[in-house]
Design a protein around this ligand. Structure first.
Ligand code: AHG
Ligand code: MN
Ligand code: MN
Length: 347
């Protein structure tokens, strides 16, 4: 008997039959997945496609709304996602890490009931050194009665997301998706051009001995983070009583993918450099979609002081401190913050 493969299309049709999604959301995920295939092809061509390096003209770097230099592939990936999603009738508006404001779907096309937010190319500083990068996306409902959504209509807590996912462009291209019923991984069959279900119901081990953080920022961290990582580095000889291993890819997609696969804790905490902005990572394009995926895989996601998905956003490009991964380890990191805050502000 031949082994039956479940394509993304079949998975989504079955999710619709099970009442987990409707036809519009099914189309939306299919369109995003198709755009990711195009980005995967562009990323895979590397230097041969002439797509490496910085965007901009005449030696002048192109700076995005985040104040960061854009790579050519940041711009291209953003364009691919915009073009793919404009005309399908499933969306009311889009917002991107690379765009100053949100965009309502042009009036020339029918408008749907969903809002799509994305980080078109995450980890793009890695693109020129041939290390994994990815696309992260989040789907919200457009508020009732709003035909042409503006930035304020996107400002919903992560708990309101109806779908989230990422595509990782690594040795293989994988799409990891949740529509609120578990987190599932699909691998791109490059010859056929189709995403095939390879892990149904990813589960993050509750405990871990592996952490991911940019240690070069250590001296800039706030006190509870210094204590948490300090104790963890003491290993068997310290209060944690076990040795830890460390990994840091500097592509959130790659670090989170490893954690979804074999556990661990990922952190981009507050430090004195990013504190004026509220953190390094973006709530709407990075923290919330990853938090949804991680929770759906049995893990936890926090700012260190509250559940990530409960944060009520105040602006589209808001940044937050991030702790996510194995549930017990995230709880321990939160504990360091709680104890520190309690001493500083006695009742
Ligand atoms: P982006 O490329 O979308 O701007 O995101 C980069 C992010 C994230 O992917 C990664 O975890 C983090 O920045 C790395 O930051 P450092 O270079 O400070 O380690
Ligand atoms: Mn990013
Ligand atoms: Mn990005």
């Amino acid at each position: 008997m031949t082994h039956t493969q479940i394509s993304l299309t079949r998975f989504l049709i079955e999710a619709e039959r099970d009442g987990h999604i409707n036809a519009d959301l099914r189309l939306l995920v299919e369109v995003v997945a198709r755009a990711c295939k195009r980005i995967s092809i562009a990323v895979g061509k590397g230097a041969l496609g002439g797509v490496l390096g910085d965007a901009g003209e005449g030696g002048q770097a192109s700076i995005n709304v985040q104040g960061e230099a854009q790579k050519k592939l940041d711009v291209l990936s953003n364009e691919i996602l915009l073009e793919a999603n404009a005309w399908g009738g499933h969306l009311a508006g889009l917002a991107s890490e690379e765009m100053t404001t949100s965009l309502p779907i042009p009036e020339t096309y029918p408008r749907g009931r969903y809002l799509l937010l994305f980080d078109p190319l995450d980890g793009s500083s890695n693109i020129d050194v041939n290390v994994s990068v990815g696309t992260i996306f989040s789907v919200l409902r457009c508020p009732q009665g709003v035909a042409a959504p503006e930035d304020q209509h996107f400002l919903q807590p992560g708990s309101a997301q109806v779908a989230a996912g990422y595509c990782i462009y690594g040795p293989s291209t994988m799409l990891v998706l949740t529509v609120g019923h578990g987190t599932h991984a699909f691998t791109l069959d490059r010859e056929v051009g189709s995403f095939i279900l390879t892990t149904r119901g990813m589960r993050i081990p509750e405990e871990t001995r592996e952490f991911a953080v940019n240690m070069s920022n250590q001296r800039f961290w706030e006190a509870p983070m210094q204590q948490y990582i300090g104790d963890l580095l003491l290993g068997k000889d310290g209060p944690r009583g076990k040795d830890f291993n460390m990994r840091w890819v500097a592509s959130m997609v790659a670090d989170v993918h490893r954690i979804l696969t074999r556990g661990g804790i990922f952190s981009y905490p507050l430090d004195s450099k990013c504190a004026p902005k509220g953190g390094k990572l973006r709530l709407m394009y990075e923290a919330n979609p990853m938090a949804f995926l991680v929770e759906q895989a049995g893990g936890a996601a926090s700012t260190g002081r509250m559940r990530m998905l409960d944060v009520v956003p105040s602006s589209l490009h808001q940044r937050v401190p991030v702790f996510l991964g194995s549930r017990a380890e995230v709880a321990i990191a939160e504990d360091y913050h709680r104890r520190h805050d309690a001493i500083r502000a006695p009742a």
